[in-house]
Design a protein around this ligand. Structure first.
Ligand code: HEM
Length: 472
């Protein structure tokens, strides 16, 4: 087992791991957060991520996110259920969803550009990350639970849940000394704090009763026999209730209801934070590369569609046609420096390269070696070429052996279609009204080992356009 130094793993992971691969070969062992993990480079990434029989996504993800108790409670079905509900409740309805959420993104982009303009005068710049974290929290509430849940209190609860889950799953662990060097203590502390205090007293106490009575209400609708498909509520909670509603006229039991709350918590966690983070990476890169703005704005004008009142707006079709924007997002995601964002678990002793990975160990792919592989991307693999994917028709949501931002294989991120649409809505609504720049002309990577849930560190500043490309 070859070990890069712990301080290098945290501060310069790309170099530390790269050097270890160059010295020891394509499979290395690293002790991180108390576990011995095996990390592979581009040579074995595809095999490890997509051969679920040997390398289990479910066991790996539960272990890395400290979610084993929940997995045990759900008899291992948690991730498959999440995938099914996202597919049926969100991806299959994406056209109608974009139509519904577009006005929220317009409202918030306009509001943000207004307060950013004031910030230009006062020097007090508003946080773009916080502003759009709220927008995505609101969108998520509507999609999962319905419009009635949208109020400030519930939005705050969503923020708390997504922060609490981020804490629980180790996202801030790299920042804490205890987290780095005595991980078991850190895990215990965050479990108690989040699972016994924040979640029961926040989400469950405040949203629980409303969700409980909505499940009852939906069950009544389903048993009435009068509900036609077009009158069905269009939210994920209804779909879940419909799936679990017993056919013998009984109600969904208490344990199943608790499981429904867990599913909703996981979806909130998966949907809100990561998407907001990527939107900030895209805006920061765009602020650093103003030459991309003119073609992106030209494309924006071309893809707008007329609604029934003759007003121009963005629809799901517009977003599909925005190929330059799509390509830019794909390139930002490829090069943002993700290191370890997927996790697998060896289900038996598996020979790989020059080692045998013992059963029960975590295995993952080092994303930078995949995303910056010279055999695929040429001799300057880290050169940013924002529109290259439009030329070859590779969309931002497409996973592949050279693009693992959303994972790979059977368990690749089921929410990526929604995520990319939301990112497009944020970026396009903003550049239609203002030009992004960065205070002091730069941004920094907050945590090089975690570019997935940490936004870049830098202050985005927006200069309003005299003539916006989108009308309110
Ligand atoms: C830019 C934003 C996002 C990124 C970068 C991202 C990335 C990922 C990655 C890397 C995985 C693990 C895949 C693997 O190991 O092969 C994953 C899983 C998952 N993601 Fe996302 N994701 C994003 C947004 C979303 C959204 C918006 C949703 C929900 C609507 C979502 C729901 C999930 C779920 C439920 C899983 C677990 C997989 C399963 O149950 O099969 N994600 N995501």
């Amino acid at each position: 087992v070859k070990r890069p130094r712990p301080e290098d793993i945290f501060s310069r992971p790309r170099d530390a791991y790269g050097q270890a691969f160059a010295t020891y070969g394509p499979v290395i062992g690293v002790r991180r957060k108390g576990n011995l993990e095996y990390i592979v480079n581009n040579e074995y990434a595809r095999h490890v991520l997509s051969c679920d029989r040997l390398f289990s996504f479910e066991q790996g993800s539960a272990a890395i996110m400290n979610l084993q108790p929940i997995m045990a409670f759900t008899k291992g079905k948690l991730f498959r259920d999440l995938q099914d509900f996202v597919r049926d409740g969100i991806v299959d309805r994406i056209d109608e969803i974009v139509y519904r959420i577009y006005p929220l993104f317009q409202r918030d982009a306009k509001e943000f550009v207004d307060i950013a303009a004031e910030g230009l005068k006062s020097g007090n710049h508003p946080s773009c990350f916080n502003h759009f974290h709220n927008t995505i929290a609101e969108t998520t509430l509507i999609l999962l639970l319905g419009q009635d849940y949208v109020n400030e209190r519930n939005q705050d609860i969503i923020e708390d849940v997504s922060n609490g889950m981020a804490e629980l799953t180790g996202q801030y662990q790299n920042f804490s000394l205890i987290g780095k060097y005595i991980p078991i203590l850190w895990i215990l502390y965050t479990w108690v704090k989040v699972m016994l205090i924040s979640i029961p007293f926040g989400f469950l106490r405040k949203c629980g009763p409303a969700i409980y009575s909505d499940i009852d209400r939906y069950e009544d609708m389903l048993s009435s026999g009068k509900l036609s498909p077009k009158d069905e509520p269009r939210n994920v909670l209804f779909l879940i209730t419909k799936t679990y509603h017993p056919s013998d006229g009984k109600r969904i039991g208490a344990l199943r209801r608790l499981y429904i709350a867990i599913l909703l918590l996981c979806l909130i966690f998966a949907a809100v934070h990561t998407t907001t983070v990527v939107s900030q990476w895209v805006l920061c890169q765009l602020a650093m590369r103003p030459e991309y703005l003119a073609p992106l704005r030209e494309e924006l004008v071309q893809v707008l569609e007329e609604d029934e009142d003759g007003k121009l707006r963005l629809t799901a079709q517009s977003l599909r046609e925005a190929r330059l924007m799509d390509s830019f997002i794909r390139e930002v995601m490829r090069l943002k420096g993700d290191t370890i964002s997927t996790m697998r678990y060896a289900t038996c002793d598996v020979p790989l390269g020059n080692v045998i990975i013992p059963k029960g160990h975590l295995v993952t792919a080092m994303s930078t070696t995949v995303h910056e592989n010279p055999e695929v991307f040429g001799d300057k693999p880290r050169e940013f070429n924002g529109f290259q994917w439009a030329e070859v028709g590779k969309e931002a949501v497409m996973t592949g052996p050279a693009h693992i931002v959303f994972g790979l294989g059977r368990f690749a991120c089921p929410g990526r279609v929604l995520a990319v649409n939301e990112i497009k809505l944020i970026v396009m609504s903003l550049i239609a009204r203002a030009t992004p720049t960065l205070l002091e002309g730069k941004f920094e990577v907050a945590d090089p080992l975690n570019t997935v849930t940490q936004p870049p560190k830098g202050t985005l500043v927006f200069q309003p356009l005299e003539k916006p490309y989108l009308q309110d």
